[in-house]
Design a protein around this ligand. Structure first.
Ligand code: P53
Length: 479
């Protein structure tokens, strides 16, 4: 189709991954054990379990990923063939500081990313890097209790400083913490561990523990912004927010208020990182709950001084909610507050497909945070079939991308949203973060591997590969 609108010159087109979901090589080059290394395989509707260390007989899909650790030169050739001008990945913290609390970094780990970034640049692709993407050292969970401990700020900054210095000529765009706001769903232990390394018991107050951990992360993020700018003033250092806009199910005023509180609860992290301070509603809420969050005067100054340069975000789906008589204070409980939206369709994993929601979100974030945006994840997890002709005809994925990219282009061209670039998630098939499956595929590039890690690992081009190639070549005009 040719209904697209060309993006401004210099717009970045790429793809996005995270180290733990594709590298494999979990014990190579002196790498330590990360929280992803102790997560078992789940399935659609079956949560991943976390084992206390590595246990015999368990399946840990992140141990092998798609073996990018060894195959990246060939993979990057394919990325370049597709026309990608940027590549978002993360630096596995455990390759640089295997336990997280060392004072000296691991040279073999640093060398790996030297080589990886050089290979990208050689192919005309600039790396875009997330520092912490669901893969902190497991040792920091066990020995320090994760991000509930203020000491983590120093450990993270040491890691950030080493990376900023080492890659200051190779990387311009950075993000501090991936989807920092997933933990708004603190009743689910999965995001608490993924985001913050929290393993809580019945004796803990989970909600206040989350707010405390997120606070230390946001202080660490603000300090990293400041430090990064000292190391290279050209650095652009962003937040990374999982954007799932929450709609009111009806125009009933109470439903609208419920949706507003849901948005406030999910996105206050962005307020702190982009605006530099906590919103009043949350401070009032903490007071009513009797939460005594450790936020010093110095912390407040740091948050104000270290606001982000841009907001990176993921967008997959939208949510809907409604008020309930038994919830008069509009408390947003993500496990129970979400309702089916009858106006949109769902993926096989129940993710509601809503292209207009992307344009809506871009406008909402621009109005609220007044920062450039960067779509660093968007995509469609689906079951792909290799057909008799040996190809994957993923027209459903092309449709998803067509519809979303068109809305993105309207937000830029018609609404004036300042957008740095667009990197579809998992442009090469990889391990799913929520389920640990291989079967939930996002890629334009197919990887021959199943959920148990069996397969040739051969890479091949899906129909969507050729489609996205043409989108990039036309700078978004030819959808
Ligand atoms: P998977 C929840 C909701 C939206 C995005 O997700 C999410 C999550 C947490 O899983 O995660 C991001 O693989 C995340 C990636 C992840 C991707 O979305 O569960 O940044 O690491 O792989 C897709 O289908």
């Amino acid at each position: 189709m040719t209904d697209g609108i060309a993006m401004p010159k210099g717009f970045l087109w790429g793809g996005a991954v995270a180290a733990h979901q594709l590298e494999g090589g979990w014990q190579e080059g002196g790498k330590g054990v990360s929280i992803a290394d102790v997560m078992t395989a789940g399935a659609n509707g079956v949560a991943r379990r976390v084992t206390d260390g590595i246990k015999q007989g368990e399946i840990y899909p992140n141990h092998w990923g798609i073996d990018f650790y060894h195959r990246y030169p060939e993979d990057i050739k394919l990325f370049a063939e597709m026309g990608m001008t940027c590549f978002r990945t993360s630096i596995a913290w455990t390759r640089i500081f295997p336990n997280g609390d060392e004072t000296e970094p691991n040279e073999a780990g640093l060398k790996f990313y030297d080589d990886l970034f050089a290979e990208c640049l050689k192919n005309g692709i600039q790396p875009v890097v997330t520092l912490s993407h669901f893969e902190m050292p497991y040792h920091l969970v066990k020995a320090y209790g994760g991000w509930r401990n203020r000491k983590l700020i120093d450990f993270f900054l040491r890691f950030a400083k080493v990376c900023f210095k080492r890659y200051r000529h190779q990387v311009k765009y950075w993000m501090t913490f991936n989807e920092i706001n997933n933990q708004a769903n603190w009743r689910d232990p999965h995001p608490l561990l993924q985001n913050s390394g929290l393993q809580l018991t019945d004796a803990d107050d989970w909600e206040s523990a989350m707010y405390q951990a997120a606070h230390y992360e946001m202080v660490a993020s603000a300090l990293a912004v400041k430090l990064g700018h000292e190391i290279n003033p050209d650095f652009q250092i962003g937040a990374m927010i999982a954007m799932c806009p929450v709609y009111p199910l009806t125009a009933k005023p109470a439903d609208v208020m419920m949706a507003e509180r849901a948005m406030q609860t999910r996105y206050y992290y962005g307020d702190v990182q982009a605006l530099g301070h906590y919103p009043a509603w949350l401070l009032n809420y903490w007071q009513r709950k009797g939460f005594d969050i450790d936020i010093t005067t110095a912390d407040k100054a740091i948050l104000q001084a270290g606001t982000v340069d841009y907001v990176g975000f993921s967008y997959y789906m939208s949510f809907a909610t409604k008020a309930r008589a038994d919830n008069p204070n509009y408390v947003y409980d993500e496990q129970h507050a979400l309702v089916n939206n009858p106006y949109v369709e769902k993926s096989d994993w129940g993710w509601q497909i809503d292209p207009i929601g992307l344009r809506y979100s871009m406008n909402w974030m621009t109005d609220r945070w007044h920062k450039p945006l960067f779509i660093v994840e968007n995509g469609f997890g689906a079951h792909d079939k290799v057909t008799a002709d040996g190809h994957i005809h993923d027209d459903y994925r092309i449709k998803y991308f067509h519809d979303h990219i068109l809305q993105m282009e309207k937000a830029v061209a018609l609404d004036g949203v300042d957008l740095i670039g667009y990197t579809p998630w998992g442009h090469i098939d990889l391990i799913s973060a929520s389920t640990g499956e291989m079967a939930k595929r996002y890629g334009f590039i197919y990887v021959d591997q199943d959920d148990q890690g069996h397969g040739t690992l051969a890479r091949s081009r899906k129909d969507s590969f050729y489609w996205f190639k043409q989108v990039i070549a036309s700078n978004g005009a030819d959808l």
